[in-house]
Write a new protein. Structure first.
Length: 359
């Protein structure tokens, strides 16, 4: 019985590999796709037009540059309660250069948080590799900051101390700090406090530096968490539904704040959300993961694939969300990635970001 199960798993894995290889071969033979800019996006879907003046020009998504993040043939699976495995991510290739604001969407359960954990390093892929700054990711480190939906602040520390905390932990040995406190306070601590205040100004919380988390609103707490992550100058800032628990007004204010911080701090952001409008508004590149796709007749449909990877304009005023073009694009994304009755063939995916060399 165990033998049969293992044979079946091997057969599924072989079929999966075969389909991935076929998709890769098809992609290699396909004519090269031009990188669309905000002005030359194809007519279907129409580009979400900026009806209000752009705050800043969006860098071309996937533009050539050093890779902050690289996923090659990433597959992930988990033990299934019914026995065997549940394949969650199926052969994900991805290249994120510096200063991309990547929004990630997909139906619930498609593997967005799984991918984020692989990038963070809190788990490893079943197959394939994840590299950050050229190195294989094996564990979380300070170069990959993360902001979760639930505020992750220390309740007993003030806003300022919450933001300073990472620097102190990173830059000093606790014993050394304790033994040399007057000297330490005059040198390092003073500098850390000045830096933290700069970041608090960025998220407009400098006037609340002395408050404790319970004295702040949810939106303010999340802004502290963003400052806390940014101060460590991560090469990539990972965010998993960071605004999911906020009311619509606060949520929109934070969307604007994170886009501003992206430009001011020259961040690279990997932003997971289930809200298509939010994804399209904040990012300059949209990734859509979906379990709704089809391969060749013999290909088992297992796990989610990257079905869209396209550049999108960023830095626009919030009014753009009400335009017909913005809404049309959302409808297009919803069909491509969220409609279980509509399944694209692996060769039809809208992948306009440049392919990885050799992928
Ligand atoms: N540690 C785990 N063990 C077993 N199954 C897991 C584990 N983590 C995730 N899964 C399963 O993997 C699938 C993808 O989960 P994941 O949390 O990545 O989805 P998601 O796209 O982030 O969903 P949501 O939008 O609801 O947050 C789900 O079916 C989930 O049950
Ligand atoms: Mg999730």
């Amino acid at each position: 019985m165990a033998d049969e199960e293992s044979k079946e798993k091997d057969a599924k894995s072989a079929a999966l590999e075969k389909s991935a290889a076929a998709a890769r071969a098809a992609a290699k033979n396909a004519p090269p796709r031009a990188i669309a800019t905000t002005s030359d996006r194809p007519s279907t879907p129409p580009p979400p037009a900026a009806t209000e003046p752009a705050k800043a020009a969006a860098p071309a998504a996937g533009a050539a540059g050093p890779s902050v993040l690289e996923c090659r043939g990433v597959k992930q699976r988990y033990p299934s309660p019914k026995g065997g495995y549940q394949i969650v991510l199926n052969d994900i290739d991805l290249h994120v250069p510096t200063h991309d604001f990547v929004s990630v969407v997909g139906p619930s359960g498609c593997g967005k948080s799984t991918l984020l954990r692989l990038v963070l390093g809190s788990e490893s892929p079943w197959e394939g590799s994840v590299r950050a700054n050229g190195e294989i990711v094996t564990h979380p480190d300070r170069r990959r900051g993360i902001v979760f939906q639930k505020y992750s602040l220390f309740p007993h520390l003030t806003v300022l101390d919450n933001v300073v905390f990472g620097l102190e932990l990173d830059g000093t040995w606790l014993l050394q700090k304790w033994l040399t406190w007057p000297w330490y306070k005059k040198t390092h601590h003073k500098r850390y406090v000045e830096t933290a205040m700069e970041y608090l100004r960025t998220v407009q919380l400098d006037e609340h530096a002395g408050k404790f988390p319970h004295q702040l609103s949810g939106g303010m707490q999340q802004r502290v968490a963003i400052a806390q992550a940014m101060i460590m100058k991560p090469s990539i800032l990972l965010m998993d539904e960071p605004f999911g628990a906020l009311d619509p007004g606060t949520r929109e204010a934070l969307q604007v704040a994170i886009v501003d911080a992206f430009h001011q701090q020259n961040l690279t952001v990997f932003f997971v959300t289930h809200d298509l409008e939010e994804a399209l508004f904040v990012g300059n590149r949209l990734l859509v993961f979906s379990p709704f796709w089809k391969g060749d007749d013999t290909t088992p449909i297992l796990g989610s694939k990257l079905v869209m990877d396209v550049p999108t304009p960023t830095g626009r005023a919030t009014g753009v969300k009400q335009t017909a073009e913005f809404q049309d694009f959302i409808a297009h994304v919803r069909r491509q990635g969220f409609d279980s009755t509509y399944r694209q063939h692996v060769d039809e995916f809208e992948l306009r970001a440049p392919k990885l060399a050799g992928a």
